[in-house]
Design a protein around this ligand. Structure first.
Ligand code: SF4
Ligand code: SF4
Length: 89
């Protein structure tokens, strides 16, 4: 059976961090790189544009921002701390 995020020991997602990643659809080419690297399944490509479907499982790794060659993604650390917390810090 496939594992869900709830099965990961020592990891907790804290809701309510708001919109800390944004996609500029005018710059997005729809290449799908952000979809491929995102371990949180936060993105989908619809109509040849990346769309954030949910940041509920975002691990704040910044990989989507890093791989976007068109600089279409802006990334900020969430206000007031983090939405992703591990028991190790
Ligand atoms: S990596 Fe950038 S250009 Fe490619 S689909 Fe994602 S946002 Fe769009
Ligand atoms: S920061 Fe990481 S986990 Fe969050 S949306 Fe980007 S690639 Fe996905």
């Amino acid at each position: 059976m496939a594992k869900s995020f709830e099965d990961i020991p020592g990891v907790e997602w804290v809701p309510g961090t708001g919109e800390f990643i944004k996609v500029n659809s005018e710059l997005c080419s729809g290449c799908g790189n952000c979809v491929k690297v995102c371990l949180g399944s936060c993105y989908v490509v619809k109509g040849k544009k990346a769309v954030i479907q949910s940041l509920d499982r975002c691990m704040e790794c910044g990989a989507c921002w890093y791989v976007c060659e068109n600089e279409a993604i802006s990334f900020f650390w969430p206000n007031g701390g983090t939405g992703f917390r591990t028991q190790w810090g």
